[in-house]
Design a protein around this ligand. Structure first.
Ligand SMILES: [Zn+2]
Length: 256
């Protein structure tokens, strides 16, 4: 490899950690120009799980250089889902802090579990696990926002207080560190669905951006709310912020 090539790869990686959404936008434009599809199926296999049998499919994403995982409940006809009208669909962004370390500040792990259980009961559904952290801002931004929000005090992690004396939320954490709260592009989830022959979805979400993101990319959407009960004060605050500041369809009376 030439030195210049190597340096340009390092530059690309730096930018991918700092501003992954910008890299993604640029790459999508270049891909569209080249006519090359954004996704490549890297493989699929049947898999036994605690939720029942699934087909596990992994797609490579040329726009981000990352991989997206899909769990499909149901039968296939060739490469496409059999009778694909309005299956349950969850578009779930990775949240390594919650899903690996069982962090209790957000509801991601509970939502993932709930969605998989519902699909298992329905015997049909697609869980699309998008490899994107921190609302599309990337893991670097997420850690910065978290460290702006939480502090370790006398052996406990608490949320800092803002100037008004209110408990800080991760929403403030992202804003204070210069990031948007929603920087994701859900077009890639629509591409995954269409690749699997699915053009309609009962979409398990409270997030209007996800509904819009799929609907504007050719998927007919019937939204289906997910209501997770917070297990602690920090998570409760997080859900209230989503309802009040980000327009998520969360019943706030359930959080009081
Ligand atoms: Zn989370």
């Amino acid at each position: 490899m030439e030195k210049d090539e190597f340096l340009s790869i390092l530059k690309y990686l730096d930018k991918n950690w700092d501003k992954p959404w910008e890299v993604e936008d640029e790459m999508v434009k270049l891909l569209n120009k080249s006519g090359k599809p954004r996704l490549i199926e890297l493989g699929r296999t049947p898999l036994p799980t605690e939720y029942g049998p699934i087909t596990y499919i992994v797609f490579g994403d040329y726009a981000t250089g990352k991989e997206h995982d899909v769990a499909v409940f149901g039968e296939f006809e060739g490469k496409k889902l059999k009778s694909p009208d309005y299956p349950l669909v969850r578009v779930h962004s990775s949240c390594r802090s919650s899903e690996l370390f069982r962090a209790s500040n957000c509801e991601c792990r509970q939502e993932l579990d709930f969605a998989l259980k519902q699909m298992s009961k329905d015997k049909k559904g697609l869980l699309i696990y998008l490899n994107q952290e921190g609302g599309g801002n990337g893991i670097k931004a997420k850690i910065a926002a978290y460290s702006n929000t939480f502090e370790l005090k006398s052996g406990n992690v608490t949320a800092r207080k803002n100037r008004k004396g209110d408990v800080s939320s991760v929403y403030d954490g992202f804003r204070n560190t210069g990031y948007k709260n929603e920087n994701r592009d859900f077009g890639v989830a629509a591409d995954i669905l269409k690749t699997l022959g699915v053009y309609s979805a009962r979409l398990m979400t409270n997030n209007p951006n996800k509904i819009e993101g799929l609907a504007s990319n050719g998927i007919k959407v019937k939204p289906l709310g997910i209501h997770i009960k917070p297990t602690n004060e920090i998570m409760r605050e997080h859900l209230l912020t989503k309802a009040k500041k980000l327009g998520h369809d969360i019943r706030t009376e359930n959080l009081e």
